[in-house]
Design a protein around this ligand. Structure first.
Ligand SMILES: [Ca+2]
Length: 251
């Protein structure tokens, strides 16, 4: 009888835990949780193989860091001159491209040693950056996404992101290109959207609520980091203590 009661209680406990982790309405499943350095004001987040490369912001604190996502072990890092507020990063053709917020510069480095080798100018602000294997793709905090030539940063085309009601979606921030779609997180929100890179139409909106506890949110800033690897997304934010490996649920 005792063992039956134990089984019953175990079932209740298991069912309760399971419900908390994955409610029927959830837009995501958490697969794993990894450490994230709480001094990183995350602005760019991308995988190269098994290595995470992260760009961080704030004048005097901006970095590019390459590290092991499993344990946070840093392989290589550089600090930016304090005149620069680092923004989005992406790796293309063995080079790292890094936007700056208001300095009108895209800085270019060798991926292998993070030595700076070039820089390009643009107008407006720099926010998020990714690439689709052909072009660099950039956001500036508006509803626009800019496709640029990686050779000279010249503008190739612009899309305007609109939701299903044809209303502009602005404050597009960190970007990730995965499986033919563009993903963006929206500054100040806990959701990310998938976008048709040809038309700018918002395809889906994924609410990533409750990743951090209230206590953790209190000590951190906004969600701002999307990296894709092997079918899963890795999500973090500015000063977040954790990186969440998740699977997005399409309903
Ligand atoms: Ca990214």
């Amino acid at each position: 009888m005792k063992s039956l009661l134990f089984l019953f209680l175990s079932f209740l406990l298991f069912a309760g835990c399971n419900k908390e982790v994955n409610t029927p309405d959830s837009d995501y499943d958490i697969l794993n949780i990894y450490p994230h350095n709480t001094s990183y004001f995350t602005q760019g987040f991308e995988f190269v193989g098994d290595t995470l490369i992260e760009g961080t912001g704030k004048n005097g604190y901006s970095k590019i860091v390459k590290y092991n996502f499993n344990n946070g072990q840093v392989y290589q890092e550089i600090n930016l001159p304090s005149i620069y507020f680092g923004e989005g990063i992406t790796v293309f053709n063995n080079k790292v491209y890094q936007l700056t917020w208001k300095s009108l510069k895209c800085l270019v480095y060798n991926y292998s040693d993070l030595e700076k080798i070039n820089e390009f100018s643009y107008t407006g602000e720099g926010w998020g950056l990714t690439n689709d294997g052909t072009n660099l793709i950039m956001s500036d905090g508006s509803d626009k996404v800019y496709f640029r030539n990686p050779e000279d940063f010249s503008l190739i085309r612009t899309i305007i992101v609109k939701d299903s009601n044809n209303i502009s979606v602005s404050l597009l921030n960190e970007l990730e290109f995965a499986e033919g779609k563009l993903y963006a997180n929206i500054w100040g929100s806990n959701y990310i959207i998938s976008i048709d890179p040809q038309t700018g139409s918002e395809l889906r909106r994924y609410y990533l609520n409750d990743l951090l506890t209230a206590e953790e949110y209190y000590q951190a800033e906004v969600l701002n980091g999307i990296a894709y690897r092997n079918g899963n997304f890795f999500i973090t934010g500015k000063y977040w203590p954790k990186i969440f490996e998740i699977k997005l649920i399409d309903k």
